[in-house]
Design a protein around this ligand. Structure first.
Ligand code: NAD
Length: 541
């Protein structure tokens, strides 16, 4: 047992490297990219101490060059999922009773491995698997992941330090026990950092995990699990299974020991999982924790007092970085009529300069969307907009899937504030703009609040403090992360705890102590020093 109250290293945000021409990091990441591109990897399931190759495989390719195979991965059968659950429960016995400083050490070591020797590899893997530019890979796979690991260790200690009051004759203590059972982590394709954080945050608090990554992120998921193992994560603490998401989920949710889900992905899938948990509730030994961060229909609102150049620049970044595939990406915008000509002039100047292509060419700001399903969905909305009388494509609208899943940065102008693409999450590089009469400012706030089922992120641009205050108040429930004079993307761990409400999720704020609290079940211990020896109270006379 610990013989000291240990302080962990102060969590600091990892500085973002520039990758400017001539920098060593640029050379290192391009070298790592080439190496990964020219070797084929074979990814097993990670279950207990075994790395299992089932022989039933799928290939992996890069979204920007779908004919180039970068590896294969093995698919789980039901029996593998059951084995993963059994191994998680077995590993829990030792892991849950390991003093916290050892858990902290493992994840702090993983952070340093990513910051140093594995930085180029994890970034290159993310550039290949998810078609991120080097900057997008750096802020995700390197910096955000490092920040999650460092800050969560600090948050863990803050939670443990949160203790109740004790009078002199009694000592009250709270122990933050891991959940009784195992945790299921289901992760999306779009952030390597989220993929790592969902299993890691639960494991950090003493839980053991069955992790199911997205089929489109297996390539970079392998780098994560290998780093965790090198950092000393014991076998069975995080078990990784790939394959049919419904079969895997149904098998996990059928276990009486299922104690919680840490999910990020689309809203529909999360609601389906929630319904299944509800239907199975009599099966479980404990009420499962349900934590899910899901879709968004994130907005940018400009007030007539806003600076049009700032509005245009932040709309381009907010809507088109990583091809609009961030849950926080701006996908609907509301601009005042008086400002629109100046904003449009900026778009005319800037959007044609955006270069699209492989992330290996560092001149490209923009690459491919994740897979054919996403490409086809985006094309269908773009084609529909070309037909609809209340929509007009004013930028982009082109697409080409011959080599990669390329969809141009596209802007739709609509006269209908409830047009389909103002309401529905497309998860791609499509921004829809509605121009409002300046005098309608206050009713536009109501319109934004009521247009979509989501409430993830949103931004207001204004130089007028009264307008900013009015917007912040009127849109109080329209976004879990609200930005003033900034784009609605790019939340930083430890700075802007992230998550949305309404259909966007349970708002358990990734990258904060609030999230970690969901992975513990506190036990209160009251110890009395002088114990009563007579049942009679003084009032009995
Ligand atoms: P997705 O819903 O397709 O997949 C997410 C995960 O769920 C994957 O692991 C997938 O295999 C699994 N899955 C798919 N169908 C399933 C089913 N029927 N049962 C159980 N599991 C199933 O999402 P995606 O395309 O990987 O990611 C994009 C989505 O994630 C967007 O909606 C985006 O807004 C959301 N997202 C939200 C946040 C946030 O913090 N709010 C962050 C990132 C992504």
């Amino acid at each position: 047992m610990p013989k000291g109250f240990f302080n962990v290293p102060k969590a600091l945000n990892e500085p973002v490297k520039s990758y400017a021409p001539g920098t060593p990091e640029r050379e290192q990441v391009l070298k790592a990219y080439k190496e990964l591109w020219n070797t084929s990897i074979d990814v097993p399931l990670y279950i207990g101490k075994e790395q299992i190759k089932t022989g039933n495989t799928k290939t992996m390719s890069a979204p920007h060059d779908h004919q180039h195979i970068v590896g294969t991965y093995h698919l789980a059968e039901k029996t593998h999922v059951e084995k993963a659950i059994a191994e998680a429960l077995e590993a829990r016995k030792a892991w849950a009773s390991l003093p916290w400083e050892h858990r902290a050490s493992i994840f702090l070591k993983a952070a340093e491995l990513i910051a140093g020797p594995y930085r180029a590899k994890i970034n290159a893997a993310t550039m290949i698997a998810q078609s991120k530019t080097v900057h997008q890979a750096e802020i995700d796979a390197a910096c955000e992941l490092i920040d999650f690991l460092r800050f969560n260790v600090e948050f863990m200690t803050q939670i443990y330090q949160d203790q109740p009051y004790s009078p002199s004759d009694v000592w009250n203590r709270v122990e933050y026990r891991p959940l009784e059972g195992f945790v299921y982590a289901v992760t999306p394709f779009n952030f390597t950092a989220i993929a790592a954080n969902l299993p890691a945050s639960a494991a950090m608090m003493g839980n053991t995990v069955v992790w199911k990554p997205s089929d489109s992120q297996v390539f970079s998921a392998k780098v994560i699990i290998d780093i965790f193992k090198e950092a000393g994560l014991p076998d069975g603490v995080i078990n990784v299974v790939f394959g049919d998401p419904i079969m895997i989920t149904d098998t996990v949710l059928a276990s009486p020991d299922f104690a919680g889900i840490h999910y990020t992905g689309s809203t529909f899938v999360f609601k389906e999982i929630w319904a299944k948990i509800g239907a199975n509730i009599h099966t479980y030994k404990t009420y499962p924790r349900i934590v899910g961060e899901t879709g968004g229909k994130d907005f940018i609102l400009a007030h007539p007092s806003a600076d049009p150049i700032q509005v245009a620049a932040n709309s381009i970044r907010g809507a088109f970085e990583f091809q609009g595939q961030k849950c926080s990406a701006a996908s609907r915008a509301y601009f005042p009529k008086s400002l629109w000509p100046a904003i449009k002039a900026e778009f005319d100047k800037e959007i044609p300069t955006i270069k699209m292509g492989s992330p290996e060419d560092l001149n490209n700001f923009f690459t491919a969307v994740i897979h054919e399903g996403s490409f086809d969905k985006l094309v269908s909305y773009i084609e529909q907009a070309k037909q609809d009388a209340d929509a007009e494509i004013i930028f982009g609208g082109g697409y080409d899937k011959s080599k990669g899943w390329f969809v141009e940065p596209t802007i739709i102008l609509t006269t209908n504030p409830k047009y389909k693409t103002m309401e529905t999450e497309l998860f791609g590089p499509v921004l829809t703009i509605y121009i409002y009469e300046d005098a309608e400012w206050s009713s536009v706030l109501k319109l934004i609040d009521e247009t979509s089922e989501y409430a993830l992120t949103g931004a207001v641009f204004s130089e007028d403090r009264y307008a900013i205050n009015e917007a912040a108040k009127a849109l109080e429930n329209a976004a879990g992360n609200f930005y003033i004079n900034d784009k609605p993307t790019g939340a930083v761990v430890g700075n802007q705890p992230f998550g949305g409400a309404r259909a966007s999720g349970t708002n358990d704020k990734a990258g904060s102590a609030q999230n970690l609290l969901r992975w513990v079940s506190p036990r209160t211990i009251k110890e009395t020093f002088v114990t009563p020896v007579n049942y009679r109270y003084p009032f009995l006379g």
